[in-house]
Design a protein around this ligand. Structure first.
Ligand code: AMP
Ligand code: MG
Length: 493
């Protein structure tokens, strides 16, 4: 009996969409973590997945019936330069399942060995980046942000060679699909109009079925992806997330956050924040992310041009009009989100200025982004020393000036009389716990150096309830001390 009811729609696409390739076996598979709740959501049996046969599958040592392992083909702009052939060089899609809600989900092993797209890479992943992707992806999910998920992590028992030898691991990634902007670019770059159309039809059927009946389905697809990514990047900004490698091959058509490499959450607010060690020019800085998303979507629109009209001259203005919708959509989502974060249920013209001034004050005062919003929503009647919002600022007087303007603005709220209701609403959108970089580094260090996974488990458990106070775990909310600060994150998954 098959253990997993695979139904592999991508593997039924034409052969040039992928390469069939089996995972390469590893020496000593050992389960690090199984996401039991997600397994259940997918209709999989957690007990079987953590059995020796299940772990063998998660390590790529055995295939279960119904799997059709493939590496997908894609291209992409990396830091602005186009590469016509990237593809899954260290990831193998086992297949798709339809989850309990009827949604189709990819099950992919990341780090399962070389594929025809590996170029000079080894097709493997190191333990640290696997733990990082597991933690940040699950934290994003708990925050309510569209994201790929982690179903499991296993150790391989092998070493991978990076700057130094590191323990190897494999992440089982679950995604609505792994179709990227770069997947469309792959066919566009080859002048393969038929491939492009097949891919677009597949993406529509899978992610945006409402577009199918339209007289201009491909334009509707473009608009839907623009809307999804505008919303996604707005949500990133609202929680201080920096993706780090927004190359077009790392932007999902489904609008999920994908490919957690050198990503990080900001501690103190600075729109110019960059963590990625390979992002020398700050292309993917926090405050650049919407401009980059729009740039990437322009590459998507370019790839789609042959599908938008008979000839390119007709197609360009159509694509342009669709792209012009990005900025207003993005701004709308961002301002709506910041209003919620400030406890504003109504709209006033002055709000935009109020938001901008807070951010500027935070930047000058080096205030912690997450804690500033959280503390704005706290009951200030019985605060201990150092617990006030102003204490987060190096320039508390400047914050005081902003705060009195904000309190005046709150007077215009219908909820003015119900302060506690407003504070509760604010707590539900302003997390207390984010996956802070120094915590992730500590988790990785414990796992690498002492084979100790307790810090990993503890951090995951804290981040599963980001909006709730968790007595005894207060320290997880704190920004890093000076000596704990992480200045750069590394890609080398
Ligand atoms: P990323 O920077 O993770 O988005 O990856 C960019 C490209 O490099 C993709 O085509 C990956 O499959 C490929 N790649 C990254 N690391 C490896 C590796 N260790 N082995 C083979 N291919 C890799
Ligand atoms: Mg990638």
């Amino acid at each position: 009996m098959s253990r997993i009811a695979f139904d592999n729609s991508y593997a039924r696409l034409p052969p040039r969409f992928f390469a069939s390739v089996e995972p390469t076996a590893v020496s000593a598979p050992r389960l690090i973590k199984l996401n039991e709740a997600l397994a259940t959501e997918l209709g999989l049996d957690p007990a079987w997945l953590s059995s020796p046969q299940g772990v063998a599958m998660l390590a790529g040592n055995s295939l279960v019936e119904g799997a059709m392992p493939i590496a997908t083909a894609y291209a992409g702009h990396q830091f602005g330069g186009f590469n016509p052939q990237l593809g899954d060089g260290r990831a193998i899609l086992l297949g798709e399942v339809v989850d309990r809600e009827g949604r189709r989900r990819d099950i992919q092993l990341k780090g399962a060995g070389p594929t025809p797209f590996s170029r000079r890479g080894d097709g493997r992943a190191a333990l640290g980046p696997v733990l990082r992707e597991y933690i940040v992806g699950e934290a994003m999910a708990a925050l309510g942000i569209p994201t790929t998920r982690a179903l499991a992590a296993v150790r391989t028992g092998d070493w991978v060679r990076r700057e130094r030898p590191l323990p190897g691991a494999i992440l089982t990634r679950v995604a609505a699909s792994h179709i990227r902007i770069g997947t469309f670019q792959f066919f566009a770059a080859r002048g393969d109009a038929e491939g492009l159309r097949v891919l677009a039809d597949h993406a529509i059927a899978r992610h945006y079925p409402d577009c199918a009946d339209n007289e201009a389905p491909y334009l509707r697809l473009l608009e839907a992806v623009i809307a999804a990514q505008a919303a996604l990047v707005g949500q990133w900004l609202l929680i201080g997330f920096i993706h780090g490698v927004m190359n077009t091959d790392n932007m999902s058509i489904a609008g999920e956050t994908i490919d957690y490499g050198p990503c990080a959450f900001m501690d103190s607010y600075d729109a110019g924040t960059v963590f990625s060690s390979i992002d020398e020019h700050g292309r993917y800085a926090y405050g650049n992310q919407s401009a980059i998303a729009r740039w990437n979507l322009t590459r998507f629109a370019e790839a789609l041009l042959p599908l938008l009209a008979e000839d390119v001259d007709q197609a360009i203005p159509i694509a342009q009009a669709a792209l012009d919708r990005f900025e207003p959509l993005f701004q709308r989502g961002l301002v709506t989100g910041f209003r919620r974060k400030l406890g504003l249920a109504t709209e006033e013209p002055e709000d935009i200025e109020l938001i901008r001034t807070l951010l500027e004050t935070m930047q000058r005062g080096k205030a912690d982004f997450t804690l500033t919003f959280r503390r704005l929503g706290q009951d200030t009647t019985s605060l201990a020393d150092g617990e006030a919002c102003r204490d987060l600022f190096e320039t508390p007087a400047e914050f005081d000036g902003w705060e009195s303007r904000w309190r005046q603005r709150l007077q215009k709220e219908a909820l003015a009389a119900e302060a506690e209701a407003r504070r509760a609403a604010m707590r539900s959108v302003n997390p207390l716990f984010i996956s802070r970089n120094h915590r992730i580094e500590a988790v990785i260090q414990a796992a690498e150096e002492r084979d100790d996974l307790a810090p990993f488990e503890e951090l995951l458990s804290v981040l599963a309830r980001p909006y709730e106070e968790q007595p005894g775990r207060e320290s997880y909310a704190l920004p890093p001390a000076a000596h704990e600060r992480v200045l750069a994150t590394f890609c080398g998954t």
